[in-house]
Design a protein around this ligand. Structure first.
Ligand code: SER
Length: 319
């Protein structure tokens, strides 16, 4: 029987690219994109779209009842900077949204669920370099707190109710097809747009702020691979560390300069610096490699040339 796949929070940075991939793998008729807002990205015009507010249980029941999804990707959340600006709503959307969707998944007997966690589960007391899978988790952002509670909730629902939920801790995600919204790692996408449009970039993080990052193609592949892996290979039911590439704004700008020698970067740190300072610099993902064969494809050189190459035509089109 064909899978019916529901993507919740589909218009976001990950959802947009995930929906495109799922449509080509499973056919547009089997992929239901849903979000509280709409998007003019053509990917949504080509398939099924439903308006869905994860805080509205009636709407959730309608969508689950109508499509009876076999696989659900629950991506709706406020990211770190946006949640910091509105902590109560950050908690409500990220937690109540997850409770509502997990309960619907149990009720409608969804076979597999993907729920994203983040490097934001780590905090100032976590070892910063080669951060282990199991370590001190004392996040000090509301986003990190919701992700940590969500991870515990994933494991609890798996052990108590048998919900087959899979999760990874995304690092900062960098892609050219969609824009991030409200994260601390967003600079690493904005920088490419500004490099091509204006030749310079004012960075909101300091030059030496090293963070774990990943090309979106790797992130989408990791998402699909863990969701499609055999259930018994998923040993961790909270969330897996995964690693792509680590760099800071200075290193990234030096790599961009190899393509655009006149590119200039300046630094004016804002409130996001404090969030970035609480996160690790690099991640140990041995467990993901062992359990479901995770392997990244993009290093820094490849990531930068891919971003510039693809965005060049987009920027030219919009000029
Ligand atoms: N990229 C996210 C953020 O900056 C981290 O999960 O909020």
């Amino acid at each position: 029987m064909a899978e019916k796949i529901l993507v919740i929070g589909a218009c976001g940075q990950v959802g947009t690219e995930l929906v495109e991939n799922l449509q080509s793998m499973h056919g547009s008729a089997n992929v239901i994109a849903s979000d509280i807002r709409t998007s003019d990205n053509p990917v949504f015009a080509n398939g099924i779209f439903e308006t869905l507010d994860v805080l509205d249980k009636t709407q959730i029941a309608e969508v689950f009842g109508k499509y009876k999804p076999t696989i659900v990707y629950h991506l709706a959340a406020l990211l770190s900077a946006t949640a910091e600006a509105n902590p109560k709503f950050g908690w409500e959307l990220n937690m109540d949204g997850t409770f509502n969707i997990f309960d619907a998944c149990l009720e409608y007997k969804v076979q597999r669920i993907f729920w994203p966690s983040s490097i934001a589960v780590f905090g100032p007391t976590t070892p910063k370099v080669n951060t282990p899978q199991s370590t001190i988790l004392e996040p000090n952002t509301i986003y990190g707190i919701t992700k940590l509670a969500g991870e515990r909730y994933c494991e609890y629902y798996n052990q108590r109710y048998g919900l087959d939920v899979r999760s990874i801790r995304y690092p900062g995600l960098i892609g050219w097809k969609s824009l991030p919204g409200g994260g601390t790692t967003d600079y690493a996408v904005d920088i490419f747009h500004q490099a091509l449009k204006t030749g310079s970039y004012e960075c909101f993080l300091n030059a030496g702020t090293t963070l774990p990052m990943m090309h979106m193609e790797d992130a989408v592949r990791a998402t699909l691979e863990i969701t499609n892996a055999a259930s018994n290979s998923i040993k961790i039911r909270s969330s897996y560390n995964i690693s792509g590439v680590s760099f800071n704004p200075e290193i990234l700008s030096a790599e961009i300069k190899k393509h655009i020698p006149s590119f200039e970067i300046s630094y004016v740190a804002d409130s996001r610096q404090k969030i970035a300072d609480s996160w690790p610099q690099s991640i140990n993902d041995l467990q993901a490699r062992q359990d479901w064969d995770w392997q990244e494809k993009y290093n820094l050189e490849k990531l930068v040339s891919n971003m510039l190459e693809n965005l060049k035509s987009e920027v030219l089109k919009s000029n």
